[in-house]
Ligand binder design. Structure first.
Ligand SMILES: O=C(O)CCC(=O)C(=O)O
Ligand SMILES: [Mn+2]
Length: 214
C-alpha cells in the first residue's frame, strides 16, 4: 500500500554511471543512483509490496531452501529457470516500473524482467555463479540496484587465476551494471558474514529472450 510519505514522484535518480576497469568485463557503477531518502522510500515500498518466497533449489541433486527470499516480475510470458526452479513472472508494480524506467534512462537499455532478492541478515547469501542462462542471450546486460544494508559483491575470473578477486561494496541506492563478456569470464557472489547485518534488497533487471524470437 502506498502512502503519501512514499510517493514515487518525489525523487529523480542521478544518471552518473562510472566505468570500473576490469579485464574481460564491462562494468559501471553509480554509488548514489538514488539519494538516501529516495532509496529509503523504495526499500520500504518493496519490502511491503513484494510477495517474498523462499524457493527450494537443487544443489548436486539435493533440494535445499535458498539462503535468501526472492520474487520474479516481468512482462507477461517472461519466465526464468535456474538451479531447478521455474519462475513465472508476476506483473510489474508501479514501484518496479518506476525503477525500470529510471534505469532505462540511465543505461539506454530496455529490460523485460527483474529478479528481486531479499537478504534478511548476514546469514543470507548468493553462491558463486554467472548470469549466463541461455534465456539471457549472448553478452547479457544485468542492471543491479541495491537498497538497505551494504553487502560486498565479489567477482572472480573463471580461468585467469592471476586476476585478483574484485570486491565491490554495493551501497544503499547504488546501481551496478555488468555487460559485455562479463558473464562469460567472471563469476560473482555475495558471501555470508558473521557480524550482524541488516536486511538488503537487490534487484537485477534483465532482458529475457523469448524462444519464439530467437
Ligand atoms: O545481490 C546481489 O548483488 C547479486 C544478485 C545476483 O547475482 C543475482 O540475482 O543473480
Ligand atoms: Mn547473478
Amino acid at each position: 500500500m502506498q502512502s503519501s510519505n512514499h510517493s514515487l514522484c518525489l525523487f529523480e535518480p542521478s544518471l552518473a554511471l562510472e566505468e570500473i576497469a576490469l579485464v574481460d568485463a564491462k562494468l559501471s557503477f553509480a554509488e548514489h543512483f538514488y539519494s538516501h531518502d529516495a532509496a529509503n522510500n523504495l526499500f520500504t515500498l518493496l519490502i511491503n509490496e513484494t510477495e517474498w518466497r523462499q524457493e527450494n533449489i537443487q544443489v548436486w541433486g539435493e533440494l535445499h531452501l535458498q539462503p535468501r527470499l526472492t520474487a520474479w516480475h516481468g512482462d507477461s510470458g517472461t519466465e526464468y529457470s535456474y538451479s531447478g526452479i521455474n519462475l513465472r513472472a508476476n506483473d510489474w508494480t508501479p514501484t518496479l516500473l518506476k525503477i525500470k524506467n529510471d534505469i532505462g534512462v540511465a543505461t539506454g537499455l530496455q529490460f523485460n524482467s527483474v529478479l528481486l532478492n531479499l537478504y534478511r541478515d548476514q546469514r543470507d547469501s548468493m553462491g558463486w555463479h554467472s548470469d549466463d542462462e541461455p534465456a539471457l542471450g549472448r553478452n547479457p546486460v544485468i542492471a543491479s540496484l541495491s537498497l538497505g544494508a551494504t553487502r560486498t559483491f565479489k567477482l572472480k575470473h573463471k580461468t585467469k587465476l592471476e586476476q585478483k578477486i574484485l570486491s565491490l561494496d554495493l551501497t544503499h541506492g547504488s546501481l551496478f551494471v555488468m555487460g559485455g563478456s562479463t558473464q562469460h569470464h567472471w563469476q560473482h557472489s555475495i558471501a555470508k558474514q558473521t557480524r550482524t547485518i541488516a536486511p538488503r534488497i537487490n534487484l537485477t533487471f534483465r532482458q529475457i529472450t523469448f524462444p519464439s524470437t530467437k
